[in-house]
Design a protein around this ligand. Structure first.
Ligand SMILES: *Cc1c(COP(=O)(O)O)cnc(C)c1O
Length: 408
């Protein structure tokens, strides 16, 4: 078990003894599904009839003119059902759960998007569903809790620890240990023990496959640079997978928060603050103190503030295949405003990190260059956090009148 799922020195499966046979079964089911062409066909059919695949590739004419050089293309993962790329992974794991004959799914969620996507999948496939969420996040993300409950999921607030994502992950593993026979843990990003990093990036690779074909069809050549935001790393690995073997620069953009030198950020790979460790079942770069305590992270985007990062990305950082940068909260808000005004596109705050970095670098590129940005999700559903980040006084007054604590 321990030797499987390594990417350079990163990854692995550091799991409790009792879960080993469950993980073996999962690895087995995944390997069988991967080598069965009918499985990918069923996946493609599900995604094209339920979630708008293939998602469009949009030429951003006005941004191109604004920056005066490289041609901007945007991959529209925001048009997926439930508003982000997360559904690609969740529906894939759901099909696998059906194959394994299990009837219940559990998930962890921070900002709530993965919880909503999992609850949606469970409703569609008829699985029972429990979502673990830190109690701080439950209060902050009330609209997502509302939808998870409407979709039939039980949402369990976690009081342990600091009441955020990492505590919810620990609780989900605890549940799995006691309910292995009928339950599958739907991990939300390309992290955690093997086979999750591989499995999640396998399902997300649909983004890169489509994007590569679409750009070749439209431009007859590959992009010079591809930008994606990096939380756990699933949307980035998804789009990058289409270009790993090409002479294309791949840029992963982390949450720079208030700046890398302030300590208030969530950058594990672009900053000097990340260090290698083993936690939550795998080895990667974590934001941790000298004695292995996880640090408090900060980002304007709730989906980018995880303390760990995909071991696959950690390994691409070591080899230099992927370059990692960070965009600060204020750069992100500016990039978002510009994108909204110029193109009528509303990227999620997470996705706006990729836009911000591309905007910083565009002036150095020429008209022969093509920039491809992954718009991992849509921002209009995050109206509570976005309106707050923009400090819109009219909106804040409206919210207070309704008595809603949006947890700023
Ligand atoms: C969850 C989320 C992310 C971060 O997750 P990754 O696994 O790094 O992709 C990014 N963008 C959006 C819109 C999200 O919902």
């Amino acid at each position: 078990m321990i030797n499987r799922g390594y990417y350079g020195e990163f990854g692995g499966a550091f799991i409790p003894e009792v879960l080993i046979s469950t993980f073996d079964d999962l690895v087995d089911a995944f390997e069988k599904a991967k080598s069965d062409p009918a499985f990918w066909q069923e996946y493609m059919h599900t995604m094209s009839t339920y979630s708008c695949r293939p998602t469009p590739l949009t030429f951003a004419k006005n941004l191109t003119r604004h920056f005066g050089g490289a041609r901007f293309y945007i991959k529209r993962e925001d048009l997926n059902h439930t508003g982000a790329h997360k559904v690609n992974n969740v529906m894939g794991q759901g099909l696998l759960v059906k194959r394994m004959g299990k009837t219940r799914v559990i998930a962890e969620t921070g900002a709530g998007q993965h919880g909503v996507a999992t609850a949606t999948m469970a409703a569609r496939f008829g699985f029972r569903c429990t979502v673990y969420m830190g109690e701080v996040d439950v209060a902050r993300q009330r609209p997502n809790v509302f939808w998870m409950e409407r979709l039939g999921a039980e949402v369990v607030p976690i009081r342990e620890g600091t009441g955020i994502l990492k505590d919810a992950i620990n609780e989900a593993f605890r549940d799995w240990v006691t309910n292995m026979d009928d339950t599958h843990y739907v991990l939300g990003t390309a992290c955690g023990p093997h086979p999750f990093p591989e499995m999640v990036s396998y399902f997300q690779s649909i983004i890169g496959k489509e994007a590569r074909e679409q750009i070749l069809e439209r431009e007859g050549r590959l992009p010079s640079r591809v930008y994606a935001c990096v939380g756990g790393g699933s949307n980035a690995l998804g789009i990058f997978s289409g270009f790993l073997d090409d002479p294309v620069e791949l840029v992963g953009v982390e949450a720079g928060g208030e700046g890398l030198d302030t300590g208030r950020h969530a950058s594990r790979l672009a900053s000097k603050d990340g260090s290698v460790g083993v936690a939550q079942g795998y080895k990667t770069y974590f934001l941790q103190t000298g004695d292995g305590q996880m640090k408090k992270t900060h980002s304007v985007a709730a989906g980018l503030d995880y303390v760990g990062v995909s071991p696959i990305l950690a390994s691409h950082r070591e080899t230099g295949r992927i370059r990692f940068e960070a965009a600060t909260d204020s750069e992100v808000l500016n990039a978002m405003s510009l994108t909204i005004r110029k193109e009528g596109l509303i990227p999620a705050l997470e996705s706006a990190h990729a836009f911000a970095q591309a905007f910083k670098e565009a002036p150095g590129l020429s008209e022969d260059d093509i920039i491809l940005i992954n718009q991992s999700g849509r921002g209009d559903k995050d109206i509570f956090t976005i309106a707050d980040a923009f400090a819109d006084p009219g909106w804040q007054a409206f919210i207070r009148k309704k008595g809603y604590d949006y947890g700023a």
